[in-house]
Design a protein around this ligand. Structure first.
Ligand SMILES: [Zn+2]
Length: 325
């Protein structure tokens, strides 16, 4: 009986040992599984990180910001390693089956993306440049409305006017002067055959207009614009005569063609030319006309220029004039 009982006990002990061994095997197996799963996740987070870094390398400014940010994040995550900040080594150093750690880099990556998207917006301020609006052929019955609109936008402009029109709308000219706009001369006839006949005719028309402005406002302006612009009719001899008489002859570098379009297309044309204009050292001078259609769509142009951060100013005698040729 005792011998049977001993055998049975021995058998139970063997069974228990075998059971314990099985449990141990299970534990090892599960540990191995968790470990391999952990490494897979760690690899995935590293590859995610590389995907985020790739577009940053294309932009040197962002890349610098990225390098500045990175060490702070990695120090917070892993204080035990002195590895390079571009690779996250934490999971390999401490391979505990903690499922929270591998998700931390993913959250930080999202944060970094947010930072990259926000920071350039703050640093990119609109450029502050001057635009010189110039209105030809006036004054006109719409002059006062143009002046009121310019006031609304805190804008100054320059008016190149014809002698007869100055006589017809003297109050408009006075208002231009009192509001700080610049007044300029555009001649008498606006007829290219008469105006460009000789250097004498060119100077004569300008002197007559100047006298009218001076009598009306007390201002002796030296700003002139010849009819249809200086090219091709202004010869070198004419230009010399203009200079000898002390006039500053202004053309433009943006032609709105408002007289041709007679609708809002002139605004689109100006915006298009403005975006293509690459002559940084020159003042931006836009040719417009005192016309009802120009006034009608002028708010659209003024809105755009203000939104873009342009300052709308009047031409001054001290400036070096823009000329077509
Ligand atoms: Zn004209």
């Amino acid at each position: 009986m005792m011998a049977i009982e001993k055998k049975m006990r021995k058998g139970n002990i063997l069974k228990i040992i075998a059971f314990l061994g099985f449990i141990l095997l299970l534990l090892f197996y599960s540990f191995f599984l968790l470990q391999s799963k952990f490494f897979l996740k760690a690899d995935a987070s590293e590859s995610d990180d590389k995907v985020v870094e790739a577009p940053v390398n294309n932009e040197p400014i962002d890349a610098e910001l990225e390098i500045d940010d990175k060490p702070i994040d990695t120090i917070e995550e892993d204080r035990s390693t002195d590895e390079k900040p571009t690779t996250i080594k934490e999971p390999t150093v401490e391979p505990t089956p903690d499922t929270k750690n591998p998700t931390i880099p993913e959250i930080d990556v999202e944060k970094e993306i947010d930072q990259e998207q926000e920071e350039p917006k703050e640093t990119l301020a609109p450029p502050s440049r001057a635009v010189y609006l110039t209105f030809d052929d006036g004054p006109h019955k719409v002059s006062k409305d143009i002046l009121a609109l310019l006031d609304e936008y805190d804008a100054k402009a320059t008016f190149f006017m014809l002698d007869n029109n100055i006589k017809n709308y003297p109050d408009a000219v006075k208002e231009m002067v009192s509001k700080g706009h610049s007044v300029g001369l555009h001649g008498v006839t606006h007829d290219k055959h008469k105006f460009y006949q000789s250097s004498k005719s060119v100077i004569g028309e300008m002197e007559q207009t100047q006298q009218t402005v001076q009598e009306l406002t007390g201002i002796e302006t030296d700003l002139i614009r010849t009819p249809f612009g200086s090219a091709p009719h202004m010869t070198d001899a004419y230009k010399d005569a203009v200079e000898a008489s002390g006039y500053k002859m202004w053309d433009w570098n943006i032609d709105s063609r408002d007289w041709q379009f007679r609708d809002s297309r002139y605004v689109d044309s100006v915006i298009d030319q403005l975006n293509k204009l690459n002559r940084v050292n020159e003042p931006i001078v836009i040719l417009l006309h005192e016309r009802p259609e120009t006034l009608e769509h002028l708010p659209k142009l003024l809105n755009y220029l203000k939104e873009q951060g342009y300052e709308l100013k009047a031409l001054e005698s001290s400036m070096h004039p823009i000329q077509l040729f």
